[in-house]
Design a binder for this molecule. Sequence first.
Ligand code: ASP
Ligand code: CP
Length: 309
Amino acid sequence: MAVVESNLRHLLALDGMSGGQITSLLDRAERYLPIVGREQPPIDVLGRRIIANMFLEDSTRTRGSFTVAAQRLGAQTVELTGKGSSISKGESLLDTAWTIESFGVDAIVMRTSAAGGAALVAANVNVPVINAGDGRHEHPTQGLLDLLTMRQRLGDLRGRRVAIVGDIANSRVARSNVHGLTALGAEVVLIGPPTLAPQSLAGLSPADNITVSHDLDEQLAALDVIMMLRVQFERGAGISSDYHELYGLTATRTQRLPEHAIVMHPGPMNRGLEIDAAVADDPQRSAIRQQVANGVAVRMAVLAWALGE
Ligand code: ASP
Ligand code: CP
């Protein structure tokens, strides 16, 4: 189950969350935005709590923003990474989680290369667990921050058409967005070469508003959002030499989007491959920096919710 609201509140996936549950987290995140922008002072909602940031895969945005989010709410963090921890000596995921739980922390935020790793830990510890990315499965707080960004730019997402483009097969960001977007009534088109966007992905959600296309150019004129994904070479993604020509978001392609359409990317970017620098840095269309700022607010909302505040 994505969210367990019995005695513990875990956030493991957006799959299974209702539109109402998602909207209530987004509303809470929106209320925290003035703190992120330093227009309002931090609040002491989680004073004296300790959050463990257990990142067994590399991260800049997610790990850093969970730390900032915790601190803006008055909590402290203990940071553990794969390199430099006893994971590198072969300690298992569960032994690592039990060790951290034994410190007496109040919640565990975790990233792992194992799909289902966060659910496994959640089933075996007595503190809330927040999935910060588990292999190719889900990245729920990224999905939430993307939804918040789209909602800010476009309003109600019902009926909006969102393209997710590139290495879908390896992307937990794509999976979380598919579940979140369909829960909020948007239409999703997954676009990429057949190797990275196989037709079977149309079955990702029981909703009938997901399609798969291999032709980016034919979709551009009807989009409200185009979300580019990183080609995940570290997960074995292979691309042909014409990848940029067929699927790269260039300034020329961007001109064929509707006037109001926005460009997103979860980061980190392969500039010049899936997205050109001129597009990523376009002050009007690009929402990439707004996504990062929203990530702090969303993680504040999720931490406060998970800890019952
Ligand atoms: N940072 C995102 C993730 O960890 C996307 C990516 O790495 O391409 O899933
Ligand atoms: N978007 C994202 O998850 O970035 P990091 O891998 O840098 O955390």
